[in-house]
Design a protein. Sequence first.
Lengths: 158, 113
Amino acid sequence: MPEAAVQAPELRLEFWADPVSVQQSLAQMLDLPPLSALSDEDRSVAELVLAEVLNNVVEHAYGAGGGRVTVSLTGDPDGIRCRVIDQGRAMPGERLPEGRLPGGPMTALADLPEGGFGWHLIRSLSVGLTYARVNGQNRLGFLLPHGGLDLADGDAPG
Amino acid sequence: MQLQTQTRPKVMSVLVMEDRIDAATAIQFKEKMRDVTRDGPARVVLDMARVQFLDSSGLGAIVAVKKLLGPDRVLELSSLTPTVEKVFRLTRMDSVFTIHPSLEIAVAQAASA
């Protein structure tokens, strides 16, 4: 038996990190394997998680300057393995944000949060999230499990 | 970003004519909503029947519109598609908004209020 080589991704897309390119690239990804083979529900979860990850790259890793981002997707028996690589700024403290929802009762209108939902959604809907800062690159990896995760009513880890 | 509004005696409904409210369109959505709700009834129902995709930017924009309406007016939602409903539930924003199963129910409730 030959030694198992590192599996080439089924789909690799590289594009400029801006909101419109992200929207267009997501549409492209959803129409191609491995995402095109998923159930409607799994596809919509994949779209949401990838959108949140990519929007974070646009807004936080690159900001106004922009830059390129690469998405690699591979289907395996557990789900879709995703890798997202950019050359932007590192995550604060070179760690992934916890993605906690704003705490406390959300009764006062002025106190309602208008942001901070992204990492909570990513953590709620993916597993095996990894992050490394290597040679000036942000390397994010995660699995989108088949059949979804959708933990009960926001009881996501972290 | 196209919005279609209908004003009744006690409620204004706003139908989102797009299939997504996302990072690329959230600011536009917020600005158009500000324009169309400038005057009118205290109760505004956002009809989301056509919206198949909402990300955290879109969600943030909907929360921002609720705030823009101020304390004397209210933003309610109707007809969430499954993925959009999931985003509201996972972020617990389903406890912040009144969510109606359909626009008809939302309007009937407003009329009898």
